[in-house]
Design a binder for this molecule. Structure first.
Ligand code: TXA
Ligand code: MG
Length: 335
């Protein structure tokens, strides 16, 4: 199958028209969102949803997030939910947050992997929003990478992984956030964060602090997806605490004849650039680390380096989610 590359910038109406037609026919279309690119299909169409799992090589027990254009569609798919959910949706949506809610049995079974809950997200990306409004259907979309690889933050990343396996990629430029949405379980009395993202426990605590203290918002990585290996670069990635450990490890590996890369922020990059074979710069703020991380993991190639050493970054805001992804991507932590 030849994968069409649809450029939104070149011809907005045509790109949305073709992507919408393909989705309605039960085909797979990769779509830009503000977090990462998603691999979309009609969430009501069992065959279409099964193709998502095939194209990605995704284990069938890992449920998919369903994307909707607006909150007015929500009650078509979910059962009544706790009162705090409306407060959270009204504050953070559209945006990089997914709400796990009890679901009606309307969607294809494969979407929820047999669970009685579904993850719902309202993307804020204008191209995703335009497409969702046009197709007027629930769109199931996991990140549009091969299972185990870093999530795609550009159309070219999707092409790298899925060209020939899916009908089209809708190119809407680089993803703004760069990390997947915060996933929050809203089935209980208190919300529980299942996957960290741009919207943090502190952000959520500010909104529902009226009847719950922020300490009640626990972070518990229990989404089915988090048990699988993720974000793996082509070469081994070691994660260390600080610059001196990075330098010690780099010297040890270079003494063995290995070419060593370093994945670090701008400041550290300047001070260590003479001591490693290649530097992958994450940037100079937590927002930039998030934006750059997956592109840099994809850029680590065997032809350039034998291994890469990443260093812990600050974790005040989205840096927490960056650290979470770095730990999952790492072959070894504090080697
Ligand atoms: O930002 C995002 O969330 C992107 C864009 C495309 O929307 N999507 C994404 O999907 O990251 P995916 O499939 O790569 O990750 C979805 C995560 C998985 O860890 C999955 O296990 C969890 O959400 N999840 C989905 N439905 C769930 C449910 N009903 N209960 C618990 N966890 C769920
Ligand atoms: Mg994913």
């Amino acid at each position: 199958m030849e994968t069409k590359l649809l450029s939104y910038a070149n011809d907005k109406e045509k790109a949305i028209e073709i992507a919408s037609k393909l989705l309605k026919e039960g085909k797979l279309v990769a779509i830009p969102t503000e977090t990462v690119y998603g691999l979309g299909a009609d969430a009501r169409n069992e065959q279409a949803v099964k193709q998502i799992f095939q194209a990605k090589g995704r284990p069938s027990d890992n449920p998919l997030i369903v994307h909707l254009a607006s909150k007015s569609q929500l009650m078509d798919y979910v059962l009544p939910y706790p009162a705090y959910v409306d407060q959270l949706i009204d504050t953070f949506s559209p945006g990089p947050i997914t709400f796990v809610l009890k679901c009606k049995k309307i969607l294809a079974r494969a979407v929820t992997a047999g669970l009685d809950t579904v993850g719902i997200r309202f993307p804020s990306h204008p191209v995703a929003h335009a497409l969702l409004s046009k197709v007027n259907m629930p769109v199931a979309a996991p990140s549009a990478n091969l299972s185990g690889k870093p999530s795609p933050t550009r159309a070219s990343h999707v092409m790298e992984d899925l060209s020939g396996k899916i009908a089209a990629v809708l190119d809407g430029g680089p993803s703004d956030v760069g990390l997947e949405s915060t996933v929050i379980d809203c089935t209980g009395e208190n919300p529980v964060i299942l996957r960290q993202g741009k919207i943090t426990a502190a952000d959520i605590g500010q909104i529902i602090a009226v009847n719950k203290s922020p300490q009640d918002i626990t972070e518990q990585p229990k989404s089915p997806g988090v048990k699988y290996k993720h974000y793996e670069p082509e070469v081994p990635l070691y994660l260390v605490e600080n610059e001196s450990k990075l330098i010690t490890l780099a010297q040890r590996e270079q003494a063995k004849g290995n070419r060593v890369g370093a994945l670090v922020n701008m400041e550290v990059a300047k001070s260590i650039k003479q001591q490693v074979n290649k530097v992958y710069i994450l940037g100079d703020s937590e927002a930039v680390y998030a934006h750059e991380l997956y592109g840099k993991l994809r850029a680590m190639k065997k032809e350039d380096v034998d291994l890469v050493i990443a260093m812990n970054v600050t974790n005040q805001t989205i840096g927490r989610a960056v650290m979470d992804r770095l730990k999952r991507a790492a072959t070894k932590i504090d080697a």
